[in-house]
Structures are given as C-alpha cells and as structure tokens.
Design a protein around this ligand. Sequence first.
Ligand code: NAD
Ligand code: UD1
Length: 343
Amino acid sequence: MIKTVLVTGGAGYIGSHTTLALLLAGFNVVVLDNLCNASPESLRRVAQLSDREPVFEKGDIRDRALLDKLLAQHPVQAVLHFAGLKSVGESVAYPLRYYDNNVGGTVTLCQAMAAAGVFTLVFSSSATVYGDPATVPITEDQPAGHTTNPYGRSKFMVEQLLGDLAASDPRWRVALLRYFNPVGAHESGLIGEDPHGIPNNLLPYITQVAVGKLPELAVFGNDYQTIDGTGVRDYIHVVDLAQGHLAALKELLTRTGTHVWNLGTGQGYSVLQVVQAFKAASGQPIPYRTVPRRPGDIAACYADPAKAAAELGWSAKRDLFTMMSDSWRWQKMNPDGYRSGND
Ligand code: NAD
Ligand code: UD1
C-alpha cells in the first residue's frame, strides 16, 4: 500500500490536478515545486477543493540536500515527477536550461530516491517522443526518439535513463506516461492552466481570445493531409489525465521495471473542429485567420490508448465539449489566472 507520495511540480497545471486527485483518494501528498512556472495559489485552491492540505516545500529538484531532507522527514513511498520546463521554443533558444532542469533534475531526484530507498516513480513524458509518427493512432511500440527539439529530446533522454536505471536494479518500478494534449480544467473553475505571457498552445490561446485578451487566433496552416487541412491532435481532459496517474501508481504495485503507457483519448480533432467545439460550449465566437504552418508541427498525432485501458483499467471519460466548457469556465472565472483578484 502506498500512503505518502512526493509530487514534484505539484503546483503546476497537471501536477495540481493530480495532487487534488491524490488527496481525494486518501494519499498524503508532499509537493516540491520551485514555482518557476506556478503560483502557490493553485495549492491553496487544491486544499479548498479537497478539504485537505498537501505539504508544500518551495524548492528545486536539483537541490540534493533538500531532497534528502524531504525524503527523511516524510515517509514517501513513491514519486510523481512533473517538475520540468515545457516550452518548445524556449528549449531551442536555451537548450542547456532544458537539459539541466529536465535531465539533470531527474538524475538528482533518482539519486536521492535511491539513497532514501524509494524506487517507485511515475514520470511525465510526452507524445512528443514519437516525433512525426509513421502511422496514427500511435501505439507504444512505435519508434520513439525522432524528436525535433531540445524539449522533446530531454523527455526522451529521461525515458532512456530511467530504463537504464530500472535495468540496473530490480527494485525500480517506473511508469513512463506519454501524455497527448492536456486541456481543460477542474469543473469547479478554481484550478486550471495559467500560462505566463502569450500562450503557445492552442487551448489557452483560444480561451484568451474568447475573454478578449487576444484579438484573434492564428491557425497554423490549412494544407495538411487532414480532414480540413488543419492539424489534428488528441486532446485529453486534465482531470482524466490525473486519474491516469493514480491508475499507473496502483499498477506499479504489481510490476517492477519500466512501463510505457499512452495517456490519450484515441480521438483526433482538427484545429477548426476545436474552434467549433469551443464556440458551441461557450457561446463565444473565435475570430481566426490562417497563417503559414508553424515550423516543427506535424499533421496528425493521436493515441491508441488500448494498452492503458487493458493494463491500467483506465480510459478518458470526458468529451471535447466538456474539455471546452471546463477550459472556458476556468478562463472566465480567472481572466488573469491565479493573479485574478486574490491580492
Ligand atoms: P507546468 O509548467 O504547469 O508544471 C511544471 C511545474 O514544475 C511548475 O509548477 C514549475 O514551477 C515546476 N518546476 C519546473 N522546474 C522545476 C525544478 N527544477 N524544481 C522544482 N519545480 C520545478 O507544466 P505542466 O503542463 O503541468 O506539465 C507537467 C509535466 O508534464 C512537465 O514535465 C511537462 O513537460 C509534461 N508534459 C506536459 C504537457 C502539456 O501539454 N502540458 C504535455 C506532455 C508532457
Ligand atoms: C506542442 C509542442 C509539444 C508539446 C505539446 C504540449 C510544438 C511544436 N509542440 O504540441 O512538444 O508536447 O505542445 O505542451 O510546440 N495551433 C494553432 N494556433 C495556435 C496554437 C496551436 O493553429 O496558436 C495548432 C497547432 O498547429 C497544432 C494544434 O493547434 O496543430 C495544437 O497545438 P499545441 O497546443 O501547440 O500542441 P502541439 O503542437 O501538439
């Protein structure tokens, strides 16, 4: 039985939703986050929603002494590792930041875990490790590693280093969760995605257009070989994604070694289908203009989620309409994210 977990990056978008799910499921949660891309307000709201307090330590996963202290203070039996940097463009401009934080940070974390006798780890990987897939839907055994940017390479390197680690010592139990495109927010509208500056990703961009912060959406290309020429992705509700972590944690009780699971819905939607769905869910029109393709983008990427369904007993429940209405509720209630009205 796992009772206490360490959640790195637990104040962030996916980490905060997963921390909430863990608290509601009865786990004790210790969050380590350096707040480089998050606000402590997210955890205050997680506490409000769960009526329980996670332990929060502001600090960095590269700080070995801090990790040693945390693992000595709390009876941690497993780690969910979300902490990392995630902007593709920034990773191209500052690759060392990405290798230091994402790869170096994971090395330090694993060293501290091993020293403390903690060998169960759930890692936030990404469908980006598949690069431009030869076929869709993507199964876990399709070749990975043809990534096109330092962010993607850092994710793939961590997958490999965790594989090497588990091969070297049978005590390790590692889940590599390859997320597709996380969107949406908790149905309360209290926690959600809070990007700094102009968003890079489609959903936060759309919600900021809807709330009047941005004038129009630029659709990156309409000449892909897809249903309407725009890019197709597998959008997954963040609350479903959070549940996938609980399922993986449970499954690791029965397995050692490294295990890969896709966390997606299996359903691809184009940019224009998402725009339409958002309009239907929110009543807000989204003015848009087609611009040239974004370099590095691919035509279509969606999961075959059968392995996670069979082995974890998990599948995504929330449909595109729900993803859109929950994203919109979060944006409307918090037009400036966690900075809205709480000073
Ligand atoms: P996020 O930026 O909201 O969360 C990451 C959290 O980690 C932030 O709270 C940040 O402050 C913290 N952090 C970063 N570096 C740290 C460090 N060195 N020490 C301590 N804390 C640190 O991002 P997210 O969307 O919640 O993503 C979580 C994880 O999932 C990341 O590893 C990301 O690469 C991965 N992922 C995200 C997506 C996505 O679309 N959001 C897709 C695939 C994979
Ligand atoms: C991007 C990252 C990927 C990362 C993922 C989740 C790139 C090249 N890829 O994936 O590494 O794992 O985010 O964080 O950045 N779109 C528009 N207009 C916009 C924004 C997006 O048309 O303003 C389109 C894109 O072309 C794409 C779709 O919307 O077809 C989704 O884009 P996005 O949300 O950025 O996710 P990905 O490109 O799938």
